[in-house]
Design a protein around this ligand. Structure first.
Ligand code: SAH
Length: 349
């Protein structure tokens, strides 16, 4: 719909929601109608950017909502399969046009919707998932960072995988050696990526479904030196510390601890505890790749929590890299919410 100020001066065009606290989501300041051709241009512009920055990946985010000037729309590509999420009332209305555009410009084998996400409730939209168009393919195997990964596009978390970690998984490989521990491994993203550089890798997750995918991903790459274990990572790290186990690379990629600002304090305590235990069991010269995907925890909050952990652990730590989400999840300078993932590479002396 068109938006104008009190003096009826045209301001732009936006998606409107009757339900959400976000009543308007700006699409454009141009007067040109936001029609199918305009939508197709935006999607193609987003795809053209991925040609530059995700050329070596077969799975990546083609459209990342606000980051691609298409608020509340997510389009992920897994090889020849596309998975979409329409997360506002306005974008839901555009779904048929989005499916047509994908068919016309990308020739997908299948288009799936993963609209089984809690935020849709804020828009009074129903939870649903399924194949929207094309062949009923729901499992794909794609190459990411030179490794093979299977994704279950209907049953997996998010749209199948955590594509925002692709570049961090590759970065972790740079530092990998000896014995590696991947905590919160999900389907083995970090574990499989670093395995070629390591003597032994242990991947841990609390979800048995996630671990069966992880196991499969290990096998797809012929990796026999990865072990998978179902456990609560907090308990595992505590026990590993008590048993004086040691690792040369440790990855921490927990789910968001602070989904709301009110959880910030307890989230920071959680990050401190995890990172404290991790730092204690790293060998000298070892690396910690530690992540927070909580938007409400800023990079400086996160650094401070880990600094406090390092002091308590009596370890000297250097910050080797300060990373964020992969570049196919663009950070819109004027929308700070689009910067949510923090990934630090630390080295212990
Ligand atoms: N590192 C993964 C993504 C991790 S998502 C990747 O790169 O693909 C977070 C994972 O943590 C989920 O798989 C979830 O099942 C798991 N998880 C959540 N709480 C946990 C806990 N306390 N202990 C172990 N795993 C947990």
């Amino acid at each position: 719909m068109k938006i104008q100020n009190k003096k009826r001066r045209f301001l732009g065009q936006a998606l409107y929601s009757t339900q959400s606290q976000i009543a308007l989501r700006l699409l454009t300041r141009e007067k040109r109608p936001f029609d199918r051709a305009f939508l197709a241009e935006r999607i193609q512009a987003a795809a053209a950017y991925r040609e530059q920055i995700a050329r070596n990946a077969e799975a990546y985010r083609v459209v990342a909502a606000e980051g691609d000037l298409l608020p509340s729309l997510v389009i992920d590509r897994y090889g020849e399969c596309y998975v979409i999420q329409t997360l506002s009332q306005g974008m839901e209305l555009l779904k048929p046009a989005i499916v047509d555009i994908l068919k016309e410009h990308f020739s997908p084998r299948t288009i799936i919707e993963r609209n089984d996400v809690a935020v849709r409730a804020l828009e009074a939209l129903e939870q649903k998932k399924g194949v929207l168009d094309g062949e009923p393919i729901t499992e794909v195997v794609v190459t990411i960072n030179g490794m093979r990964f299977a994704f279950d596009l209907l049953a997996g978390q998010k749209t199948g995988g955590f594509l925002d970690q692709r570049e961090n998984q590759l970065a972790a490989r740079t530092y990998a050696h000896g014995r590696a521990l991947d905590c919160f491994t999900y389907s083995g993203g970090f574990a499989v990526s670093v395995a070629p550089q390591c003597d032994y890798v242990l991947g841990i997750d609390s979800s048995e479904e996630a671990l069966s995918m992880a196991r499969r991903n290990g096998e797809l790459n012929g990796l026999t030196h990865i072990e998978w274990k179902q456990a609560n990572c907090f308990d595992f790290l505590k026990a590993a510390d008590q048993a004086q186990e040691h690792f040369d690379l440790l990855v921490l990629d927990p789910p968001a601890f602070a989904r709301q600002r009110s959880n910030l304090e307890s989230a920071l305590r959680g990050y401190k505890e995890l990172n404290l235990r991790a730092l204690k069991i790293l060998n000298p010269g070892g690396y910690l790749v530690t992540c927070s995907c909580s938007y409400h925890v800023t990079e400086s909050d996160f650094l401070a929590a880990i600094a406090s952990a390092a002091l308590d652990a009596h370890r000297t730590v250097t910050v080797v890299e300060r990373r964020t989400q992969a570049r196919d999840h663009p950070i819109l300078l004027t929308v700070p919410e689009t910067h949510y993932l923090k990934c630090l590479v630390l080295r212990v002396a």
